[in-house]
Design a protein around this ligand. Structure first.
Ligand SMILES: Cc1ncc(COP(=O)(O)O)c(C=O)c1O
Length: 359
């Protein structure tokens, strides 16, 4: 559908996400409104949003419960002063998220998006090791074909070819291994392939010197490199290796979090508890920009200190812990839990997978 000259001109003055404007202009999707499972464009044409605004609107667009939570908060307060105060609803948010996270992942900070959550995890883990007697641990291992966000640190952790090389040199201290999908034709079985790829992480840690390696960042189910589910054993092996070498296992659950894999987090689906989870997207079902970094509660001890100490996590954003986002996030978690939506996603996922395999 062609655009009118005004819209076309304005589009040419807009930066699009990871896309050539000339390509976008061949089928320009300029949207006007959304409700439930549908979008409508500026000319009133309706679209079925099968991907939830890229893995975001998991409860549908403008879900009534979430809109009500947003409106209640809108009527009270829309911003808490960063550094000088915190919104009461941000504390409720910490409490609510803590009821659904795996293990003792209860220490958290919320943000405006997934990249901020990843960026913060990188800084948090580096500072954690400096304050717990391992100042040389600064390297992160992640995977080729993975995507962790568009900011400098998150991009350095990503393994997505030209999205990165345009900005090289990258932030130093980031190493890559291949995900199981890369080797899958070279093994007799998927299990064997996953085992090999997980064990490769140990080889990298040992060869780099474990006292220099801080974390392993992984999407439980990758997206940019092909949506293929690893085995549970893959994550068990990664967990053992990370524990053995005091390397933080960081799950990027920006896509997989909040019911999408049949549990609240993919960590629960795979039965493995990481040291940190980064999330975003579905946490607000698209109603507010949101992200969160959730760490082991005991890691907080390294940052408490006395009032006069300088061990606090040296990180912040103006919109971190935004009251509107927190209010919506609480409502999302309540809706998923009360309606059993994670279990529903599992049932429907199995049904869909069965049908697709039939094809
Ligand atoms: C796995 C993963 N991590 C991180 C991000 C970055 O999140 P955001 O775009 O909210 O900054 C994305 C975004 O698509 C993602 O898919």
């Amino acid at each position: 559908m062609k655009l009118d000259p005004r819209r076309e001109q304005l589009l040419r003055r807009t930066f699009l996400d990871y896309q050539q404007t000339a390509d976008f202009l061949r089928h320009p999707l300029v949207l006007d409104r959304a409700e439930g499972l549908y979008y409508w464009d500026w000319q009133g044409k309706r679209y079925f949003d099968a991907i939830g605004g890229i893995f975001v609107a998991t409860l549908g667009h403008r879900h009534p419960r979430l809109m009500a939570a947003l409106e209640r908060q809108l009527a009270k307060m829309t911003l808490a002063p960063p550094m000088h105060g915190i919104a009461d609803v941000a504390l409720d948010f910490v409490e609510k998220i803590g009821t659904v996270t795996p293990g003792n992942l209860k220490y958290m900070k919320s943000f405006s998006g997934g990249s901020e959550a990843i960026e913060s995890a990188i800084k948090f883990v580096r500072q954690y090791f400096k304050q717990t007697g391992h100042p040389g641990k600064y390297k992160f291992i992640s995977r080729y074909h993975g995507y962790h966000g568009g900011t400098a640190g998150a991009m350095a952790a990503s393994g997505t070819g030209s999205r990165k090389t345009k900005f090289e040199p990258q932030m130093p201290g980031f190493l890559k291994v291949f995900p199981p999908t890369y080797y899958r034709d070279r093994f007799q079985s998927w299990q064997e392939c996953n085992r090999f790829c997980a064990r490769m992480v140990e080889d990298v840690i040992v060869n780099e010197d474990p006292e220099t390696v801080a974390g392993f960042i992984v999407e439980p189910i990758g997206n940019t490199g092909g949506i293929v589910t690893p085995t549970e054993e893959y994550f068990q092996i990664l967990r053992e290796i990370c524990t053995r070498y005091n390397v933080m296992l960081i799950f990027d659950e920006v896509i997989t979090g909040f019911g999408r894999t049949g549990s609240m987090f993919a960590a629960q689906t795979f039965g493995v508890t990481p040291d940190l989870i980064c999330c975003g997207k579905g946490l607000s079902s698209g109603i507010m920009p949101i992200g969160a970094m959730i760490a082991r509660e005991d890691m907080a001890e390294a940052f408490w200190g006395k009032a006069e100490d300088d061990v606090h996590f040296a990180h912040g954003h103006t919109f971190a812990g935004n009251p509107l986002a927190c209010a919506v996030g609480i409502a999302v978690v309540e809706e998923i839990v009360e309606k059993g939506l994670a279990e529903r996603a599992r049932e429907l996922g199995e049904y869909l997978a069965g049908k697709l395999e039939g094809l």
